[in-house]
Design a protein around this ligand. Structure first.
Ligand SMILES: Cc1cc2nc3c(=O)[nH]c(=O)nc-3n(C[C@H](O)[C@H](O)[C@H](O)COP(=O)(O)OP(=O)(O)OC[C@H]3O[C@@H](n4cnc5c(N)ncnc54)[C@H](O)[C@@H]3O)c2cc1C
Length: 403
């Protein structure tokens, strides 16, 4: 069996790992010119962590993880206004850079990745799918997977324009990292955030004297600014704290990660021999904080269904009925994805609260979460199984989507 996977992100790479072990011939097509190790700190737990463990990645992820021992909010003078101390290994959450997680998976994948290419056309017949790549060459395959993220090209070619599926959540997000040994030491292994109504800037120290920055703000217009770095400097430059020092180092895309915050909702995730995977069909947004984990879970479930493999050994079935396998994959994943998406929408008002009143309420909740046992209680009230601010049971959100 032969698969073309468009997109070598966390979802596409995880699927490739599983399919090649089942004897499939896999080729990945990636738009970026080289491996993308940019990104932000993610909280990794739940079904994705289970998949990583089954892939033998737990040890590597333990080496790569960051210890976060405190979440705290600061004012423009850098004074802490509220904080939550986290016990070591709090609630089973592993803090990882997105790029480190993707690299850990990529290091185990043997299938070729064709960088600097995308899919330009798709033709389906009774016996297979023909894929035209942007270098003008064709591939004949049994399966085409669109694992090319929220702005998926495969989705656009096969299912229709993005406006039909992408739900904009009213915010823009940006992230980059910079070298600054002194600031990195000062911020330390604490996640520090500054919020004013409708805006949030966060910082976290990385290894090697680096600092990771994350920006989130309300914006009714989903369109990107023409010059994202300059727009960020203008919007955040006057807010104080460490921002006047870090913003002059803000790069332009692609080094700067910049995007609108969206979810993707579709009636069907597959059409014939074309299947969507990860953010392309199920994006939950950073408000849900569970996208990488769900992307890995979905890749595993799709591989199980395509290969007839069991929970621990995908493989054996080289003669997959692609449409039937895709329907079973979708049936298993839809429930967990919908739950996490609903949670994400409920959380929209908390990360960059729209008013001073809501910022005060958030600080009050954070203080409450610091009380013994309260983190878990709040998680039960506010989430499908917890958000990184409050708690995160490793198995809770949708736990493992069984057959
Ligand atoms: C700021 C932020 C914070 C987040 N925090 C968390 C968190 O705490 N926990 C968590 O679990 N998740 C988090 N997420 C979500 C998580 O990063 C994504 O949900 C997850 O990485 C999805 O993986 P993916 O492979 O489906 O998509 P992507 O990571 O978007 O990968 C898609 C790949 O396809 C490539 N591509 C795109 N277009 C094309 C094309 N036309 N042709 C070929 N290739 C293409 C891209 O270059 C990329 O390599 C966060 C997201 C953001 C934005």
């Amino acid at each position: 069996m032969r698969a073309v996977v468009c997109g070598a992100g966390i979802a596409g790479l995880t699927l490739a790992w599983h399919l090649e072990r089942a004897g499939w011939d896999v080729e990945l097509v990636e738009r970026a010119g080289s491996f993308r190790d940019d990104g932000y700190m993610i909280d990794f737990y739940g079904p994705g962590a289970e998949v990583a463990a089954r892939m033998g990645l737990s040890e590597r992820l333990r080496e790569l993880r960051y210890e976060v021992n405190e979440l705290g909010y600061v004012d423009g003078d850098g004074r802490t206004t509220s904080r939550l101390t986290l016990p070591p290994g709090a609630y089973g959450v592993t803090s990882l850079l997105r790029g480190d997680l993707a690299r850990a998976v990529a290091d185990r994948v043997r299938s070729p990745v064709r960088y600097g290419l995308t899919v330009d056309a798709v033709e389906q017949g009774s016996g297979g799918v023909r894929v035209l790549l942007s270098d003008g060459t064709w591939r004949d395959a049994d399966l085409l997977v669109g694992a090319d993220g929220v702005h998926s090209r495969v989705r656009e070619l096969v299912f229709g324009p993005r406006e039909r599926f992408v739900r904009y959540l009213g915010h823009h997000v940006a992230a980059y990292s910079l070298d600054d040994e002194e600031l990195s030491r000062r911020v330390g292994v604490r996640y520090r955030m500054l919020t004013v109504p409708g805006m949030m800037a966060g910082a976290y120290a990385l290894r090697g004297g680096r600092l990771a920055m994350l920006f989130l703000h309300r914006e009714p217009d989903p369109a990107w600014p023409a010059a994202p770095a300059a727009a960020l400097r203008e919007r955040y430059g006057h807010l104080g704290w460490i921002l006047p020092r870090v913003l002059p180092h803000c790069p332009d895309p692609p080094e700067l990660y910049y995007d609108q915050v969206s979810q993707v909702e579709m009636d069907a995730w597959s059409r014939g021999r074309v299947v969507l995977l990860g953010d392309a069909c199920q994006a939950v947004s950073l408000f849900a904080g569970h996208g990488a984990s769900l992307a890995m879970a979905a890749a595993r479930v799709l591989a199980e269904e395509l290969t007839g493999g069991g929970p621990d050994v995908p493989g054996g079935g080289l003669l997959a009925d692609v449409p039937a396998a895709s329907a079973r994959y979708e049936a298993r994943m839809r429930g967990p994805v919908a739950r996490v998406q609903r949670f994400g929408r409920r959380f929209v008002k908390w990360m960059a609260p729209p008013s001073r009143g809501r910022i005060a309420a958030r600080d009050w909740l954070l203080r409450l979460a610091a009380l013994p046992g309260a983190g878990r209680l709040l998680a039960g009230r506010l989430g499908p199984g917890g958000h990184e601010l409050f708690s995160a049971s490793p198995r809770a959100p949708g736990s493992w989507p069984e057959r």
